[in-house]
Design a protein around this ligand. Structure first.
Ligand SMILES: NC(=O)c1ccc[n+]([C@@H]2O[C@H](COP(=O)([O-])OP(=O)(O)OC[C@H]3O[C@@H](n4cnc5c(N)ncnc54)[C@H](O)[C@@H]3O)[C@@H](O)[C@H]2O)c1
Length: 251
């Protein structure tokens, strides 16, 4: 039996990068997915690929900075499929800047695409996840855990996501809902663009990965997401799972 047979998943930022890797791993394990993304062109292309495995999967074009629309997106997915089992809060956009020169605009970009959507998607999906004893996967970053330079706005939003994830694990645990975090390093479009723009920073990061390679979006990150979305992880909640080639060892 496939690990996610009959399950319904929402994946934000699912048109490309890690979100696409997770969506692909999920449909191959039998889940129907709703990918939610700003990028219409990539979304339409990705959903065609996903429908090869799960024809009922859907793409919803949305800007997650418009928080008022999030409850409607969750409702649309719930009505389309009759339930929601898995929520993956993966989308996040940010710009690097030192604290000295960071503006409100950069703080808003990071919090409005990362923290607030994660919060409001969890809130809106909760009634559905109570029904299914569902699973939530949120996203952190080594940049936040380490406090990397020039990552103030990004690190702050990522650590806020870790904070709210622990609260959600405590609040939702009694309903049988698991809430965990992946902190990845992976060869996504976003990572490759960032590497090109910041070659020295990128080389420094690469040299600190014990396994000496970037993760693959589907086979490395997607497979861990399958584990966290499946009953195999039923007794794990509130945890940050480092899927980063060994870069950070949490204690
Ligand atoms: N790639 C890495 O190595 C790495 C490292 C640490 C953390 N992360 C985290 O993993 C997650 C995925 O990262 P990635 O590298 O695949 O990112 P990415 O930039 O490659 O892809 C992000 C996706 O989110 C979508 N998106 C961006 N802004 C949006 C908005 N306002 N509304 C809707 N969709 C929007 C983009 O269109 C894109 O499809 C993020 O939370 C990121 O912070 C990634």
């Amino acid at each position: 039996m496939s690990k996610l047979h009959g399950k319904v998943a929402i994946i934000t930022g699912g048109a490309g990068g890690i979100g696409k890797g997770i969506a692909t791993a999920f449909v191959k394990e039998g889940a129907r997915v709703a990918i939610v993304d700003l990028n219409a062109e990539a979304g339409h292309k990705t959903i065609k690929e996903l429908q090869e495995f799960q024809p009922e999967s859907i793409f919803i074009q949305a800007n997650l900075m418009e928080h008022d629309n999030i409850a409607g997106i969750v409702k649309q997915v719930g009505e389309t499929f009759g339930k929601i089992d898995i929520l993956v809060n993966n989308a996040h956009a940010s710009k690097m800047a030192s604290i000295e020169v960071t503006t409100q605009k950069e703080l808003d970009l990071s919090f409005n695409t990362g923290f607030y959507p994660t919060f409001y998607f969890m809130q809106a999906a909760l009634p559905y996840l109570k029904d299914t004893k569902g699973k939530i996967i949120n996203f952190a970053s080594g940049a936040g855990i380490n406090g990397d330079v020039n990552q103030g706005s990004y690190a702050a939003a990522k650590e806020a996501i870790r904070g709210i994830t622990r609260v959600a694990a405590n609040e939702f645990g009694p309903f049988g809902i698991n809430v965990n975090i992946i902190s990845p390093i992976a060869k996504s479009e976003g990572m490759l663009q960032w590497a090109e723009a910041n070659p020295e920073y990128y080389q420094g990061m690469l040299s600190k990965i014990p396994l000496r390679r970037l993760g693959e979006i589907e086979s490395d990150i997607g497979r861990v997401a399958v584990f966290l979305a499946s009953e195999d992880s039923d007794y794990i909640t509130g945890q940050t799972i480092m899927v980063d080639g060994g870069s950070i060892k949490l204690r």
